[in-house]
Write a protein of this length. Structure first.
Length: 164
């Protein structure tokens, strides 16, 4: 994990390994998942995170996928282009409820350091991924900071008033 302090925030980038948890037993078959890159921005009131689903699979999974898709008529180069990265969810982790009536998602969140009120936007990830590709990681941190200020930071807090 890479960690850096940036003003009032802590920035973290973590690479999560790919896995193959397939099983013949349906109740134990969790499929496959590629390497994931997570960007996390932590502040006084919680944090936000964004993941890039790279589709970088374990070598044997990649070979199986290429073989299956090329057998169905696709050439290898075209098939590889289909396995491009996708934007994951944009998640908010707050120390207080994000909306009326919300109950804690967990009592042991690694982002808030304890009780967590979480929410996610599954459509926002593609926009952030496009910005990452076109503008680099600075654009990701700007998006995360904006999302933090809009969704995690309580109204009336010191930093919220400075931004107004």
């Amino acid at each position: 994990m890479l960690t850096m302090k940036a003003g009032e925030f802590t920035r973290e980038v973590r690479f999560l390994r790919a896995w193959d948890r397939r099983s013949g037993a349906p109740d134990k078959d969790y499929g496959v998942h590629g390497t994931e890159i997570n960007f996390t921005l932590k502040g006084e009131h919680g944090g936000v995170e964004f993941g890039v689903l790279t589709n970088w699979m374990l070598p044997h999974v990649r070979q199986e996928t290429l073989a299956r898709l090329t057998l169905s008529g696709g050439d290898e180069r075209t098939v590889r282009a289909l396995l491009e990265p996708m934007g994951g969810a944009l998640r908010a982790h707050a120390k207080q409820p994000l909306y009326e009536g919300q109950t804690p998602s967990t009592l042991h969140c690694t982002i808030t350091g304890g009780e967590c009120y979480a929410d996610a936007s599954f459509l926002a990830g593609d926009k952030i991924l496009e910005r990452l590709i076109a503008e680099g990681d600075d654009a990701v941190w700007k998006e995360l900071e904006s999302f933090y200020r809009e969704h995690v930071q309580p109204e009336g807090s010191e930093h919220a008033e400075q931004q107004a």
